[in-house]
Design a protein around this ligand. Structure first.
Ligand SMILES: Nc1ncnc2c1ncn2[C@@H]1O[C@H](COP(=O)(O)OP(=O)(O)O)[C@@H](O)[C@H]1O
Ligand SMILES: [Mg+2]
Length: 343
């Protein structure tokens, strides 16, 4: 069992328990600057909020070195009038590109996600498997893009990881647990370990930004003291400290997606699953979201993200798993999108 997944037993009786910092084996050794664990969101990383600056460059504020990850601007630069005038170039994501000389995340120990000969057949399409004999391993700390045409099976693959779907045959493991044999009553505990971000944000319209994020913790029985410490911390991280009292319809699309990232991460899950999180956002705004996901990954969280944003995938040089009609047709370290005909 990967050590950074807290056991379901402990999850089940946590009550007043303070959130423990995740300690992924692969996380960079970095200093924690927050005064205590409760306030130290994603304690494996160092997050510093610099003063808000409208002049901040849109693309150059995430340093290459994982040892010192700074969020230089607290607001979505692309949401500001200044940034809106900046030309969007094809290299907009290149500041987030992995360092080719850096060692890959070591693929040892228990994979965070493991598919073994997984086939998924929807009853409505019995002769056309959505996934066909898929095998793959994703290790702690990896950032993996899942790419492919619409209908190639990306969402199905992600929904197997969260056990929204059950494999028709084969096995799906998350942190060593066999989801194909997992009892239904254990599924909520699995889901606490997995943050999810969707294309359509899925925010509760009648709740404020603060309440949307707090609700995720209330649902799993976190004490008020933890909620009061954790929610402002994560909202600062995503640059929305000033908008805690706003309702979703008072926010831009990019800001709404930041709230949903905050909600996904507030419980510090070791795994983040994102299904086309930038699908509804224009490139400049998508960049802000990708910076956040990159930051979260650099702090040790495993990220699996479905996308068909070719430019982003080509620029960021992360691992790419490509699907075509339910088959893995490519699994490449630091890959690009590849060519699959007209998309
Ligand atoms: N609920 C469903 N019932 C029947 N078929 C489905 C369902 N969801 C997806 N499919 C089919 O499964 C295949 C993969 O879909 P999906 O995983 O949504 O692909 P992607 O996310 O890459 O667009 C497609 O052929 C799609 O039509
Ligand atoms: Mg999909």
């Amino acid at each position: 069992m990967a050590s950074h997944f807290r056991s379901t037993e402990r999850q089940g009786s946590e009550g007043e328990e303070q959130l423990q910092p995740l300690a992924p084996e692969t996380a960079p050794q970095v200093e924690v600057t927050s005064p205590d664990d409760t306030g130290a969101f994603l304690a494996a990383g160092t997050y510093e909020q610099a003063e808000e600056s409208a002049e901040a460059p849109a693309v150059a504020d995430v340093p290459e070195a994982p040892e010192a990850v700074h969020v230089v601007t607290a607001s979505d630069p692309a949401d500001s009038a200044d940034a809106a005038e900046q030309p969007v170039t094809t290299s907009v994501y290149s500041s987030l590109a992995g360092d080719d000389s850096a060692p890959a995340v070591p693929r040892t120990g228990t994979p965070t996600v493991s598919f073994k000969n997984v086939t998924l057949i929807y009853p409505a399409q019995p002769n056309k498997p959505a996934l066909d004999n898929v095998s793959l391993d994703i290790y702690p700390g990896e950032f993996v893009f899942v790419v492919g045409h619409s209908g190639s099976g990306k969402s199905s693959l992600l929904r197997l990881i969260t056990r929204e779907l059950k494999a028709s045959s084969g096995q799906v493991f998350v942190a060593g647990q066999d989801l194909t044999r997992m009892r239904n009553k254990k599924i909520p505990y699995l889901r606490r370990q997995i943050g999810t971000v969707y294309q359509d944000f899925k925010l509760l319209p009648d709740k404020t930004v603060y309440e949307n994020v707090a609700f995720a913790l209330e649902c799993i029985g976190k004490p008020r003291s933890v909620i009061k410490a954790q929610v402002p911390e994560v909202l600062r991280l995503v640059g929305l400290a000033e908008k805690m009292k706003h309702f979703p319809d008072q926010l831009s699309g990019g800001e709404q997606q930041r709230v949903s990232v905050a909600r996904a991460m507030v419980n510090r899950p070791p795994l983040l699953v994102c299904d086309e999180p930038t699908g509804n956002l224009d490139p400049a705004i998508s960049l802000g979201i990708m910076k956040l996901l990159d930051l979260i990954n650099r702090a040790g969280t495993t990220v699996v993200m479905a996308t068909h944003d070719r430019e982003m995938v080509d620029s960021m040089r992360k691992r790419v798993i490509a699907l075509e009609a339910g088959h893995v047709v490519r699994d490449q370290e630091k890959g690009g999108y590849g060519y699959y005909g007209a998309l």
